[in-house]
Design a binder for this molecule. Sequence first.
Ligand SMILES: [Zn+2]
Length: 201
Amino acid sequence: MAKITEHFTYEEVVFSQTASRYDIDNTPSEQELEKCTIFAQRILEPVRAHFGKHISPSSWFRSQALNEAIGGSESSQHCKGEACDFEVSGVSNKDVVKWIYDHLSFDQIILEFHDEKDPNSGWIHCSYRQGHNRMQCLRSYRDKNSRVHYVVLDLSNHIVESRNDEDEDSASISKDSNDEYLAKDNIFVRIINAIVALFNK
Ligand SMILES: [Zn+2]
């Protein structure tokens, strides 16, 4: 087992049942592997250290061929080595998401298909980009017609509002200034509304 960080291995980065089954090459480039290593350093190792539990990555790096084979999104961050799906043994997926939200810098975190009644249901998708982290927190669910939806995750004790994927301003917000930014944003919106109301009188 070739280690990429203290607790994570190259084998975990490239592991895929689909790739094995259909003999799909899932070898990352040097640059992609470096991003996977950074992900392990910035997200997985701190999460492991905090909870003191084993982490099992279920889907990490995906070559274009593998991503197509499993029907992944074209812009999937898994293909760049920026994203990983995982769970922490014995810890509710939502609690893991909350801890990451409070303590780490990340690009996007999705609580995937989690049922509040079952703490172990679903999994966590998390991505990390160097220098351009959006701190976007979502959850996914299926409607009655099995259509998948992504909505902003409502974390109690946090002001979480809809953020635009492509918004470069919100992309550069650091973790520390994040809540403050949202507070300012609210005040700004209130002022604009007040001015509009004044003109409408
Ligand atoms: Zn994922």
